[in-house]
Each structure stands twice: as structure tokens, then as C-alpha cells.
Write a protein that binds this ligand. Structure first.
Ligand code: BV8
Length: 239
């Protein structure tokens, strides 16, 4: 039986799936981290030390995400199609904080690292949509105070979201596909090992070998917008 004849699929996406939509990845030569130290803009300590710098970093990314220049690409669309047409279970987990999976038609992907178009109150934890800038004068709808709102994003040292749900799905999946992730950030980088432990067939879709390359059964290297539509059709034809 084909390894693609799956019944329970878990898909993990990273910045590479949105690269062709015009959103910078983290570790490419012109990547996001090239212009900023991770410690300064993606840690609670960095936010405490200089909240304005962190708000500027995310406000700039939010404006870019909402600009006309950023559109879904065939990779996002292929995953949304797979979710709709696949007759088994298909869980999409993304490390990305953009909303391109939703714009492509994916229902309710798990944003394990949070969402750029959301903010939360540091006093109550309540989460709100935000399409504009977050700044110190913005008053919070739940406590009426200013200076309490931060991006609803998981920083280094913070617990990713919905981990129990993700780990349960990985422990039962029979096909695991990672798309556009360098495999440098944990716990997401360890998901392929959890899937292998569950007996799943694992496929890496990436421009080049990721740090977790050796744990994958299969490697399909190339542009996600070209590789993923073909792979999704093969899965649908096999199931
Ligand atoms: C935590 C949100 C625990 C912000 C991000 C071992 C176990 C557990 C933790 C750790 C561990 N070792 C170290 C840690 C700590 C740390 C960590 O992993 N550090 C690394 C640097 C070593 N992890 C954490 O802190 C995590 N939290 O573990 O909590 C805990 C326990 C108890 C109590 C409290 C806490 C939290 C990590 C989340 C950090 N937040 N993002 C933001 O987005 O601004 S991470 C950030 O980098 C992104 O979200 C992204 O997810 C992540 C990884 O980047 P990628 O998506 O992989 O992007 P990258 O640029 O690296 O790669 C892109 C790939 O695409 C490339 O390979 C490229 O070739 C490819 N590509 C490019 N174009 C294309 C393409 N592929 C196909 N087609 C294309 N067109």
C-alpha cells in the first residue's frame, strides 16, 4: 500500500510556505532576524526592556501582511484543497503568525506561535483582534488601562499554544508533512520524531535539507508552490 494512503495527516508549516507570498522568512540572508537580534524583539525580556522597539517590529510586520503586496500562493491553496477533499483527518499546525492559510480557505489552523492580527492584555490575558498598530496609548477593552496590550505571539521562552492537542494528533497520525521550516525552533522541530514514533510516514517539503532532514522518510526539495500541489494530488489519489 502506498505510504501516501493515509487516514490521519498532520501538516506543520513554517515561514517558507509564505516566502513566495512576499513575507520574509527568519533565517534567509535577508531574513527577519538579519535586521534584529532575536533577544531584542522575540523574547519577554526584550519586550520588558524596550516595548516600543518590539511593538515597532510587529506593527511593521502587521502593516506588510495587510498590504496589497501580500497574497496567498498555490502552496496555501493546495493545503486548503487537501483539507476539504481528504476523507480522513487532516490537522494543519503552523508556526507562522500570518493569516494566509485562513485567506486560502483553511479552517481553523492551529497557530502554535500565535497570530500577528491578534493582541492580548498582559493583565487579564484576554485576546483581541488588531489590524492597526499596537502602542502604549492604546487602551485595553477589558481593563480600560493603557500600556497593557502586547502582540498575541509566542516569544522564545514562552509556551507554544495548543500543545496537548498537537501532541495528541502527532501520536495518532500516519502521515506527517513539514513544509517550509528550517527545523531550528523547538518544540516544533521535534514533531517529526513524535510522528515517527507513532509509526507515521514523514515527508519534508523545503527548498533545502532542514536541520531535521535525517528524521524524514522522504524529501521533496523545491518551491512549496510547485512541490505541494503535486504532493496533495498524490495523497488524494492514494487515499
Ligand atoms: C518553549 C513567533 C518551553 C514570533 C517564534 C528544546 C525543547 C524545547 C525548547 C527549546 C529546546 N531548545 C531550545 C529551546 C528554546 C527555544 C528554541 O527552540 N530555541 C532555538 C533558537 C534553539 N524554543 C522556545 O523558546 C519555544 N518555547 O520551548 O517553551 C517552555 C516550557 C515550559 C514553560 C514555558 C516554556 C518557543 C519558540 C517560539 C518562538 N517564536 N515566532 C515571531 O514570529 O516573530 S519562532 C520563529 O522562528 C517563527 O515563528 C518560526 O516558527 C520559527 C522557525 O522559523 P521557520 O518557520 O523554520 O523559518 P526559517 O526562516 O527558519 O526557515 C524557513 C525555511 O523555509 C528554510 O528552511 C527555507 O529553506 C525554506 N524556504 C524558503 N522559501 C521556501 C522554502 N521552502 C519551500 N518553498 C519556498 N518558497
Amino acid at each position: 500500500m502506498s505510504a501516501l494512503a493515509a487516514k490521519r495527516i498532520v501538516i506543520l508549516t513554517g515561514a517558507g510556505i509564505s516566502a513566495e507570498s512576499g513575507i520574509k522568512t527568519f533565517r534567509a540572508a535577508d531574513g527577519l532576524w538579519e535586521e534584529h537580534r532575536i533577544e531584542d524583539v522575540a523574547t519577554p525580556e526584550g519586550f520588558a526592556a524596550n516595548p516600543e522597539r518590539v511593538q515597532r517590529f510587529y506593527n511593521g510586520r502587521r502593516r506588510q501582511l495587510l498590504s496589497d503586496a501580500v497574497k496567498v500562493n498555490p502552496a496555501h491553496i493546495a493545503l486548503a484543497e487537501l483539507e476539504k477533499r481528504f476523507d480522513g483527518e487532516c490537522l494543519l499546525v503552523t508556526q507562522n503568525i500570518d493569516d494566509l492559510h485562513e485567506r486560502a480557505g483553511s479552517d481553523d489552523p492551529i497557530h502554535m506561535h500565535g497570530e500577528l492580527l491578534k493582541m492580548h492584555c498582559t493583565r487579564s490575558g484576554e485576546v483581541f483582534e488588531i489590524h492597526g498598530d499596537i502602542h502604549a496609548e492604546l487602551s485595553c477593552a477589558c481593563c480600560g488601562k493603557t500600556g497593557t496590550l502586547r502582540p498575541h505571539v509566542v516569544w522564545f521562552g514562552e509556551m507554544p499554544l495548543q500543545m496537548p492537542c498537537i501532541e495528541a494528533a502527532l501520536s495518532q497520525c500516519d502521515l506527517f508533512i513539514a513544509v517550509g521550516t528550517s527545523g531550528n525552533v523547538y518544540p516544533a522541530a521535534g514533531f517529526v520524531q513524535l510522528a515517527r514514533h507513532a509509526g507515521a510516514h514523514s515527508i519534508e517539503v523545503n527548498l533545502e535539507a532542514s536541520s531535521q532532514h535525517s528524521y524524514f522518510d522522504e524529501h521533496r526539495h523545491g518551491l512549496a508552490s510547485e512541490v505541494l500541489p503535486r504532493l496533495c494530488e498524490e495523497i488524494l489519489a492514494s487515499s
